[in-house]
Structure formats: C-alpha cells, structure tokens
Design a binder for this molecule. Structure first.
Ligand code: FE2
Length: 186
C-alpha cells in the first residue's frame, strides 16, 4: 500500500461524512499535488499523502489544541503515520505563524525536519484550492481567509503576518514547475 492510499483512507474516514466541505477542499489539494508529481520524483507520494490528509486536524477525534495543523500532525503520529507525513501536515501553510500567535511554537519541534520544498509544495497546493474544492488563485484565497475570519481572530493575524512569505512559497513552486517543464521539452 502506498503512503497516499493509506492517507486517503484515513482522511476520507475522518472528513467525508462529518466535514464534507473540508473533504471537497482536501480532494482539490490532492489534485494539485498530483499535478506537481513530475517535479517531485520520489517525494510525489509523500506530497500527495500530505495533501489529502493536511486538514484531518479539523476532525473531532483529532482536535486538541485547536491549531489544526499541529492537531492533524499529532493525530497522524498517534495512528502510526510516516513521520515525514506528520511533519508536512503539521507545518503546512500558515502553521508557524498561527503556532506563534497561540504560544504553540514548541509543539512544531515534535516533528522531524522536512525539506523546505515540501512545505512550499503543500502550501502551494492548499492556497491554490478554494474552501469548497475549486482551483483558485492563491492571492484571492488569502483574501478570502482574511475576510472569513476578520480582524481580531488569531487566523487573521497569523495570515496577515504570513502572507508575504506564503506568496514567496507559491512563487518558488511556480518557478519549479516552469523549470521542470522546460527541462522536459529539452
Ligand atoms: Fe487546507
């Protein structure tokens, strides 16, 4: 069984019935990850697994701190997931900024180090997928998150602080896609 098929079953079990919108979003994040597979080589399976499972921290059974990236990473550790998968889930998108807002930065040290390009890739996939599972421009997606939570909310503060770096992460992935398709043409 691949890491992806294991993670797909776990995420579907946690999200499909109880949080169908999150599940639709997760499936689009997964499709974005499959599109990046050609430039990720051996890491394509890990990214696809992380993409489908990245929001399991919203499931009731996983919630503990309320920071869904950390809760998702910890839940996956409890059920015996690959340690790198747990780490990519724990670090996705604005996680370090939200953890700082919540005094949870130390929790991120529970996870194994993973290469920055994997964090860039999961973040790109997440920000390219709307909450209801459509492709979306990352700039618009960040605006939507800020509108949805509103000033004063921890997510608003974290995403406001994170936005410049998140957009740099998106750009690095786009540059990688361009370079890898140019390489294929040569
Ligand atoms: Fe997400």
């Amino acid at each position: 069984m691949t890491l992806t098929s294991w993670a797909y079953d776990v995420a579907e079990g946690l999200l499909a019935d109880s949080l169908p919108k999150r599940w639709a979003h997760s499936q689009q994040v997964y499709r974005q990850a499959l599109d990046l597979a050609p430039m990720l080589g051996d890491d394509a399976d890990l990214l696809a697994a992380a993409a489908i499972a990245h929001d399991v921290g919203y499931a009731d059974v996983a919630v503990s701190t309320g920071q869904h990236m950390i809760d998702g990473g910890r839940y996956l550790q409890r059920v015996g997931a690959d340690r790198r998968l747990c780490a990519v889930v724990a670090l996705h998108t604005s996680s370090p900024w939200e953890a700082a807002e919540l005094g949870l930065s130390d929790a991120l040290n529970e996870f194994v180090p993973v290469p920055g390009y994997l964090v860039d890739a999961i973040t790109y996939c997440d920000l390219s997928s709307s909450p209801d599972g459509q492709p979306v421009d990352p700039e618009d997606r960040l605006e939507e998150v800020l509108r949805r939570y509103g000033p004063g909310h921890v997510v608003f503060r974290a995403v406001s602080a994170a936005r410049p770096e998140l957009l740099r992460m998106v750009q690095r992935v786009r540059d990688g896609v361009t370079a890898s398709s140019a390489h294929e043409l040569n």
